[in-house]
Structure formats: C-alpha cells, structure tokens
Design a protein around this ligand. Sequence first.
Ligand code: CO
Length: 138
Amino acid sequence: MIGRLNHIGIATPSIDESVAMYRDFMGATSVTEKWAMPEQGVWVCFVNLPNSQIELIEPYGDKSPIHAFLEKNPKGGQHHVCFEVPDIYAARDDMKAKGATVLGEPRIGAHGTPVIFIHPKNMGGVLVELMETPKEAH
Ligand code: CO
C-alpha cells in the first residue's frame, strides 16, 4: 500500500529564513513561493529536490496546529513524513481496520490531493501523512 516518499515536512518559525538556509547553505535551486493554507493553519513552501521535496510549514494564525510543536522545538524540526498511496479512502479504511488512529478525515493537502495523518503512536513516534498520488504525476 505504501508508495513513494512524497516529501518530508519540516516546521519552522520562519519559512523565509529556512528558504535562505536551503538556498544559500545547501545550494537548493528550486523553491516554490510560499502560500497560506488558512484551514490547516499553515504557510507552506516546497524545496524541490531531485528525488523528493522538503515541505516547509510555518504557523498561520493563532490556532495553528504547529504552535505547540514550535514551543517544544523553537528552532523548528522534522514534523512529518509523507508517503503516497493510490487511494486515500482505501488507505484510511485499511489503517483504521488495523487499529491506527487516523487524525481527521481526508482533506485537500498542499499538492491538491486528499491527505490524512496517522498518529505518531502507531508509527514509532513519527507523524505520517498519507497523500493520494496526483493523477497527472504518474
Ligand atoms: Co506534508
């Protein structure tokens, strides 16, 4: 069921500073503009790598779900990993049937396809995002 690693999500107090770091310190050459996802409470930006992406997420608004993460990790840090699945509803049903705690219902993620999150307690302490593979990508 698990597919390609789509991206690694990294929480940051400042996308602008993180982009500068990936660009100037690590030599990244392809970085998207940042944009707001108010319903998810985040600013998002992608650093494009040859084989994957880094998703930078910064709090948007007072109720952002990543405020708590940044309180524990003031400089930011790895927040989640995202794997592609062919069918998000089948993946949700399968994970629930196996006893996993699925956080929320499928909703449209930063790539425009539906995503769900699996609680870290089911995944060795790692918050896992499952994302339906974009149709045009393969
Ligand atoms: Co993500």
